[in-house]
Design a protein around this ligand. Sequence first.
Ligand code: FES
Length: 133
Amino acid sequence: ATTLPYPQQAIAKLGDLKINNPVSFSYPDGASPCALIKKGKPVSGGVGPDNDIVAYSTLCTHMGCPVLYDQAAETFKCPCHYSIFDPDKAGQMVTGQATENLPQIVLAYNDEEKSVYAIAVQGLIYGRQANII
Ligand code: FES
């Protein structure tokens, strides 16, 4: 079997990002909601001049409910059964019903364009047998 390549998708310009203010997008296709956040400090897998920009699938790994970013707690929270995921630690599950971390969107920073691209996904998006369908 061949592995289909991930699309390279421009997500945001550096100058448009505000610290701790999530940007919604879909990747690797329109049925996979994600959120990108500039954390304002270096974090695991972070890209950009400050190594602080990360993105995650926002489908909870427990049963697929959309997780919401809590700006005060700086975590993703699932409203269905209260799982909590940490965007500073590669989407690690902090508490809850889920058994898997939130899939992390692999990002690349283009210095010339000053823009952030999604280039792959680490971990399996909820409900899929493969991330590319
Ligand atoms: Fe998120 Fe159950 S669907 S905790």
